[in-house]
Ligand binder design. Structure first.
Ligand code: DC
Length: 229
């Protein structure tokens, strides 16, 4: 059967990754979480003193961006890919509030985006890939055969992230998370390079009142339709 490219974009914490991972597993495609790549660059910057307070030493980051190698390896116990930064598993670290609250300004830097987009395009060379993010259908894979744009209210998205952190035993404040979600929406939509927007040919999915299994069913249907042409 012919393999296609699937681009899933949308707002933060709206369940894109869950949908994308589940679909990829179901249909035997590779799943790439492009947000994890921007998070890994952010973690690198935190751990290597590239943040001076809230300021980013862009000159240093630009010099070092070529040394930041991000890869994904399937974790057999979760059945999902973990993110590796220069060979070290950083899957848990990149989901912390510290990284979440610092990732947007890193993701607005043109040279960071260029480096990540180039890596993402190589990963998608042989199709059979589901990638989620903000600019996958518009910039990374503008020719993707199936494009989805996911949205939900900020409150429901904050609640989902709160539940996720709590389940992992991490400290979390709902108000802080909601503020972070709103801030990231603003930055994602208003940045100069590759702002978050729905590609003209993307299908819109508002999952505010949908369960995970309803979403899953909807996505599988869109995939089947696309494959049948
Ligand atoms: O999806 P996420 O919350 O893990 O994304 C982390 C950050 O990276 C978020 O602020 C948006 C940014 N991002 C981006 O700019 N482009 C992408 N393709 C994916 C994520």
């Amino acid at each position: 059967m012919k393999k296609i490219t699937i681009a899933i974009d949308g707002f933060s914490s709206c369940g894109k990754s869950t949908m994308a991972k589940d679909l990829a597993r179901e249909i035997g495609y590779i799943y790439i979480d492009s947000g994890a790549m921007y998070r890994a660059v952010t973690l690198y910057s935190i751990e290597n003193g590239i943040f001076k307070g809230n300021e980013i030493d862009t000159e240093r980051l630009q010099k070092e961006i070529g040394n930041i190698h991000i890869s994904f390896q399937l974790n057999p116990s979760t059945g999902r890919p973990d993110t590796y930064l220069n060979g070290v598993n950083v899957e848990n670290k990149i989901r912390s509030m510290e990284v979440s609250s610092r990732v947007s300004p890193i993701a607005t830097l043109g040279f960071v985006r260029e480096a990540m987009v180039a890596q993402q395009q190589v990963m998608g060379n042989s199709k059979g890939i589901v990638m989620d993010g903000r600019d996958i259908g518009t910039t990374v894979f503008p020719d993707a055969e199936l494009k989805i744009f996911v949205t939900a209210t900020p409150e429901i998205r904050a609640q989902r992230r709160y539940d996720e952190l709590k389940a992992k035993g991490q400290e979390a404040s709902f108000d802080e998370i909601l503020e972070n979600v709103k801030q990231r929406d603003y930055i994602d939509q208003n940045r100069e390079v590759s702002p978050l927007r729905k590609a003209d040919d993307a299908l819109l999915l508002d999952n505010t009142t949908m369960t995970i299994s309803q979403q899953k069913e909807w996505l599988q249907k869109q995939f089947d339709k696309t494959i049948k042409g």
